[in-house]
Design a protein around this ligand. Structure first.
Ligand code: BG6
Length: 491
């Protein structure tokens, strides 16, 4: 474990991402003792000319949101806020970044003990359009002091471009200034507890080893549903749409972990090598295996153009051309303004061959991993209906986290990932070649959508999305279980 001075610089400090995610995650790390106040200093950087206290007051309300705050917690909040200093400047001028470097250096000198280091973590809570100029400024003016040792790392977040060409351009611009081990591309789905669990589940359990393939699995669904629309983000969203916002990154990362081969070790590069291989095995997406939707009312947002074809919903089939998965559809489904909010992985098994209970069965075996809310894993299976009759019923083996791990707090995705960036662990971050392979899969389809060749169907807010999507699911082989619903246990 490294010690010495650690400076965390949040660029875009007054923006939404910083307020809602970055600072609260830093606060939770601080409150749990992962950021020592004698080592850490936090700098907010943005264009607005505000004071240290203005920034502190802007973020204060987000730090303990949703939780009842007691006196101890309020004291923690004030201690944390004291660590924050604000520097104002533009994203492309030397002046601001020189000032920032001066502040960081002063703090490093004052904190510098005999074995002092200069660790500098730059968190980009910024629109990607300014990434290249900010990278240049950091490279010229704000790198760690080599006589002190340590490191400089940057943390960036999607959208990384809009298609293969623009993403590659951005990657090269950043790659000219920083080496891959210095770049942390966040996909916050990789910080979710049940996503991190996938590796353990698949490779530490004998149960799954012989079953996890085309001989036994009929289809896989990876689903993201939200029960609210693009409120307040219409302008951003309309440029990107649901495929770029959710499927190309969050759901595809989940697909990698579900489908990849066993890495030779847990080293980040070994894991990421396997993820890249899966991505490179995905076949081009066929238009007839895509259903797009746009919820009614989406275009009422004044920042959305009247004739927008941008999908707020998409269901599509990805096919992996390799020995394990040939013929198994991976159905990716994501939508806004739907009837419920959840994210899950649903692995549906084939029917039992020569089944003697066939006519009475309710449905197939399914293994469901509920990423959120109510984290759980459950196996849907057929059992004898308890009682005198010899009949069958669908039931489940249920591992619900809230019940099984009472009193355990599941960390926020950003919290965990920021800690990884400080510790220098890139396992849960996206490598450049992985990003490229991800864009290769979706770019042709995205271009057809942008050109209006594939149209979004209207759907009612609060519904399941366009009916055509359910038809596609059925065509791909998914068999719905009738008369069964999984209810998360209450404590
Ligand atoms: C973000 C998307 O990356 O993920 C949002 O831009 C989406 O549109 C969000 O709402 C969902 O994250 P979570 O963690 O709430 O599932």
């Amino acid at each position: 474990q490294e010690t010495g001075c650690l400076s965390i610089i949040v660029l875009g400090a007054s923006g939404d991402l910083a307020k809602k995610k970055t600072f609260p995650a830093l606060f939770h790390l601080f409150a749990q003792g992962f950021l020592q106040s004698d080592e850490v200093h936090i700098f907010g950087y943005a264009r607005s000319k505000i004071s240290d206290d203005d920034l502190r007051n802007r973020i204060r309300g987000y730090l303990v949101q949703g939780k009842t705050s007691d006196a101890v917690q309020l004291e923690e909040v004030s201690k944390f806020l004291k660590l924050i200093k604000y520097v104002s400047g533009s994203y492309d001028s030397a002046e601001g970044f020189q000032k920032l470097d001066k502040e960081i250096s002063e703090h490093e000198v004052s904190r510098n003990s005999a074995e002092g280091t200069s660790r500098r973590l730059f968190y980009f809570a910024l629109p990607p359009s300014v990434y290249p100029s900010v990278c240049k400024m950091i490279k010229h003016y704000c790198m760690n002091k080599s006589d002190l040792g340590g490191w400089t790392r940057i943390v960036v977040e999607k959208p990384f471009g809009k298609d293969l060409a623009s993403a590659e351009k951005l990657s090269s611009q950043i790659g000219e200034l920083f080496d891959e081990p210095q770049i942390y591309r966040i996909d916050h789905y990789l910080g979710k507890e049940l996503v991190q669990n996938l590796l353990v589940l698949r490779f530490a359990n004998r149960f799954f080893l012989p079953l996890w393939n085309r001989d036994n699995i009929d289809n896989v669904q990876i689903v993201f549903r939200e029960d609210f629309g693009t409120e307040g983000r219409g302008g951003y969203f309309d440029e990107y749409g649901i495929i770029r916002d959710i499927i190309q990154n969050h759901l595809l990362q989940v697909l990698c972990l579900v489908a990849m081969e066993k890495p030779i070790s847990l080293k980040p590069e070994h894991i990421r090598d396997e993820k890249v291989k899966v991505l490179q095995s995905v076949l081009p997406i066929k238009d007839e295996e895509v259903v797009l939707g746009q919820y009614e009312g989406y275009r009422d947002d004044p920042t959305v153009p009247d004739h927008s074809n941008t999908p707020t919903f998409a269901t599509m089939v990805l096919r992996i051309h390799n020995e394990r998965w040939e013929g198994v559809p991976f159905i990716m489904k994501a939508g806004k303004a739907l009837s419920s909010r959840k994210a899950e992985i649903r692995v549906q098994f084939k029917d039992v061959p020569g089944d003697i209970f066939r006519c009475k069965k309710q449905g197939r075996n399914e293994f469901v991993i509920r990423l959120q809310p109510s984290e759980a894993m459950y196996m849907k299976l057929t059992v004898k209906k308890p009682g005198l009759e010899m009949s069958t019923v669908q039931s489940e083996l249920d591992l619900s986290y809230r019940q099984r791990y009472q009193g355990v707090t599941i960390p926020e995705a950003y919290e965990r990932l920021i800690l990884d960036t400080i510790r220098g662990d890139q396992q849960h971050f996206v490598r450049r070649d992985e990003l490229k392979a991800a864009w290769e899969i979706f770019t042709p389809l995205l271009h057809r959508i942008d050109n209006g060749e594939v149209k979004s169907l209207p759907y009612k807010p609060g519904s399941r999305g366009p009916a055509k999507a359910d038809e596609l699911l059925e065509k791909a082989g998914y068999v719905q279980t009738h008369g069964y619903i999984w209810i998360p246990p209450t404590l």
